[in-house]
Write a protein that binds this ligand. Structure first.
Ligand SMILES: *[C@@H]1O[C@H](CO)[C@@H](O)[C@H](O)[C@H]1NC(C)=O
Ligand SMILES: *[C@@H]1O[C@H](CO)[C@@H](O)[C@H](O)[C@H]1NC(C)=O
Ligand SMILES: *[C@@H]1O[C@H](CO)[C@@H](O)[C@H](O)[C@H]1NC(C)=O
Ligand SMILES: *[C@@H]1O[C@H](CO)[C@@H](O)[C@H](O)[C@H]1NC(C)=O
Ligand SMILES: *[C@@H]1O[C@H](CO)[C@@H](O)[C@H](O)[C@H]1NC(C)=O
Ligand SMILES: *[C@@H]1O[C@H](CO)[C@@H](O)[C@H](O)[C@H]1NC(C)=O
Ligand SMILES: *[C@@H]1O[C@H](CO)[C@@H](O)[C@H](O)[C@H]1NC(C)=O
Ligand SMILES: *[C@@H]1O[C@H](CO)[C@@H](O)[C@H](O)[C@H]1NC(C)=O
Ligand SMILES: *[C@@H]1O[C@H](CO)[C@@H](O)[C@H](O)[C@H]1NC(C)=O
Ligand SMILES: *[C@@H]1O[C@H](CO)[C@@H](O)[C@H](O)[C@H]1NC(C)=O
Ligand SMILES: *[C@@H]1O[C@H](CO)[C@@H](O)[C@H](O)[C@H]1NC(C)=O
Length: 483
């Protein structure tokens, strides 16, 4: 509200001093601002000459304008003008990126100045992809001061390797901001408090793939509208603040590949809209709070590579909406949960490289949607009985290697592989060490079958685990349904 008020004041001041050129349905000051911004970014020095009327006759795909009503005015000359031209174009979007056909590249010395941005008070979207690539550019505090970018809703500075330095706290002045993506830059320093206390309308915060240090400020709890929170691939550490649980609209939290530690706060279980929780590759310790049973719509739970060091958390069996579950390398011990069989929508189950022991619940083999199963490097034993339909569906994406006593069987006869069950004779002998671990010929005719290679994976081929490509897809999926 206040920012709106200031914006109006500001406009009045601007318009009083504006001369209106004949036939140009845009204010001179704003047009000049656009030329300045493009001139300071693009390598093409002729941009302004080629696009003298960027909102109308000589458009450019990376620039968008909107027709808006003229503001009311006390000034008589202005009122007369408004009578004849009740509407006017304003620049609302600047996007530079490889998706714009024939985009001239940004110049090596590309820069942004507050002075020029101040002339574009209606800008809602500023998006610069792969623009700052050569000479170092940093976000000066002044860039976001004095009501600059006061209408901005979407700020994306993505994939700019020479964008370095810290994120200025003054960014928090842009109260209208809904989406902030500073992903894949070279940013360092801590997450400024200003972002949390100021950006009260923020829905998406993506600072992934930088070198951001420090911890998550507890003031994060102020960002009540946040739906996407991605800090993955940084150098963040410390414990998660319990205030995270106040962000009731969160749908995606990705904190993977940082140095976070401590317990996951109970309050995270309050996030009833959460679809993705990725805590992978940190130092979170167990036990995970049973309150996570509150994640009623969670589809992707990625805990892999954290020293959780407990038995399998019981709440997992209640998360019926799960599609992908990864606890790889989490130090899990004891038996596998039989309640996993309730997760009918599960497509990927990764429990590899833990210390799970006992038998594999037979119901795993009948999970109707399972497409990838990795139980390798545990101490599981017994037979994993699977149907032929299961084999057909899941193909080679079953990995049970590295379990001393575990073998796969489809019910009628054994299959030879490092994981295959020996024939009935040795089984009845009850000698665990007789599980077939070498290439000898015990399983007779199945020995040469291609079929077996298809599902008792010995090959290392593509790493079908929950890899980054998969997570990227998740990313797009989630962004997809929000935007
Ligand atoms: C902000 O505005 C004040 C007063 O007009 C001016 O003195 C100051 O230099 C401005 N700051 C920046 C960063 O432009
Ligand atoms: C990223 O920043 C570091 C300093 O923090 C610098 O040494 C490095 O060259 C930068 N990388 C690029 C691609 O500019
Ligand atoms: C949030 O979680 C905590 C701990 O699990 C619980 O005590 C509290 O009542 C929850 N708050 C809301 C608003 O659900
Ligand atoms: C978890 O287990 C691993 C491997 O046994 C061990 O190195 C680590 O110290 C344990 N971590 C914690 C937090 O208990
Ligand atoms: C499982 O997936 C189906 C189809 O996407 C969906 O309709 C159903 O609600 C899901 N089940 C749960 C428990 O989320
Ligand atoms: C299993 O995890 C340990 C650390 O937890 C790691 O050193 C080892 O390489 C992993 N093994 C495999 C096969 O990934
Ligand atoms: C599993 O391992 C635990 C120790 O971690 C042991 O107490 C238990 O007996 C083992 N269970 C089986 C079935 O081997
Ligand atoms: C086990 O696999 C063999 C060979 O593919 C097949 O003929 C047989 O019907 C399967 N048995 C079951 C119970 O699926
Ligand atoms: C199991 O097999 C091993 C090696 O083949 C043998 O040394 C051991 O005595 C057998 N144990 C039993 C209980 O048969
Ligand atoms: C089984 O495999 C071994 C080694 O791979 C091979 O020498 C042997 O001929 C095969 N047996 C049959 C019956 O195909
Ligand atoms: C299963 O997990 C192991 C150990 O973490 C890994 O080496 C292997 O590539 C995974 N298998 C598949 C098929 O992804």
């Amino acid at each position: 509200m206040t920012s709106c008020f200031f914006l109006l004041l500001f406009l009045h001041a601007l318009m009083a001093s504006t001369t209106y050129s004949q036939g140009v349905s845009m204010e001179d000051g704003e047009l000049l601002g656009l030329f300045e911004v493009m001139g300071s970014l693009l390598a093409d020095p002729t941009w302004a000459q080629v696009h003298p009327q960027p909102c109308t006759n000589t458009p450019w795909p990376g620039v968008q304008c909107e027709l808006m009503a003229q503001e009311n005015s006390d000034d008589q000359q202005q009122q007369d003008y408004n009578m004849i031209n009740p509407t006017i174009f304003h620049v609302t979007k600047i996007h530079i990126g490889m998706d714009i056909l024939n985009t001239p590249p940004c110049k090596p010395t590309a820069t942004l100045s507050q002075k020029s941005l101040l002339k574009l008070p209606y800008l809602k979207t500023l998006s610069l992809f792969n623009c700052f690539t050569v000479s170092p550019f940093y976000l000066s505090s002044s860039l976001f001061e004095n009501n600059s970018l006061s209408s901005l809703e979407y700020l994306a500075l993505v994939s700019n390797p020479s964008l370095h330095g810290s994120i200025p706290s003054s960014l928090g002045h842009i109260q209208s901001l809904k989406i902030l993506s500073l992903s894949q830059n070279n940013l360092s320093g801590e997450i400024p408090d200003g972002i949390c206390s100021g950006l009260v309308n923020l829905q998406e915060l993506d600072l992934s793939y930088n070198k951001i240090t420090g911890s998550i400020p507890k003031e994060i709890g102020f960002l009540k509208s946040l739906t996407i929170f991605d800090l993955s691939y940084n150098l963040l550490q410390g414990q998660l603040p319990s205030s995270l649980g106040q962000l009731q609209f969160l749908e995606k939290i990705d904190l993977g590949f940082n140095e976070f530690s401590g317990r996951v706060p109970q309050e995270v279980g309050n996030l009833t809209k959460l679809v993705l929780l990725d805590l992978s590759h940190n130092s979170f310790s167990g036990p995970l709070p049973e309150s996570l049973v509150g994640l009623k719509v969670i589809e992707y739970l990625v805990i892999q590579e954290n020293p959780i060091n407990t038995s399998m958390p019981l709440f997992i069996g209640s998360l019926g909406s799960l599609k992908a579950l990864s606890f790889s390398r989490c130090g899990l011990m004891g038996p596998m949960l039989t309640s996993l069989s309730r997760l009918k929508n599960l497509t990927t189950l990764s429990l590899d490289n833990n210390s799970l022991n006992g038998t594999v619940p037979s119901s795993i083999g009948s999970l109707p949607n399972l497409e990838e199963l990795n139980l390798s490097q545990n101490q599981l034993s017994g037979e994993l009985v699977v149907s032929e339909e299961f084999i057909r569906r899941i193909g080679k994406r079953v990995d049970v290697r590295g379990n001393n006593g575990l073998c796969i069987k489809n019910g009628t006869f054994s299959v030879k592989s490092p994981n295959s069950c020996v024939d009935a004779r040795s089984k009845s002998g009850g000698n665990k060490s007789s599980w077939d671990e070498d290439d000898s010929d015990e399983c007779g005719n199945m020995n040469t079958s291609l079929h077996q290679r298809n599902w008792c994976t010995r090959s290392h081929d593509h790493g079908y685990g929950l890899n980054k490509m998969f997570l990227l897809m998740v990313n797009f999926y989630i962004l997809g349904f929000l935007v």
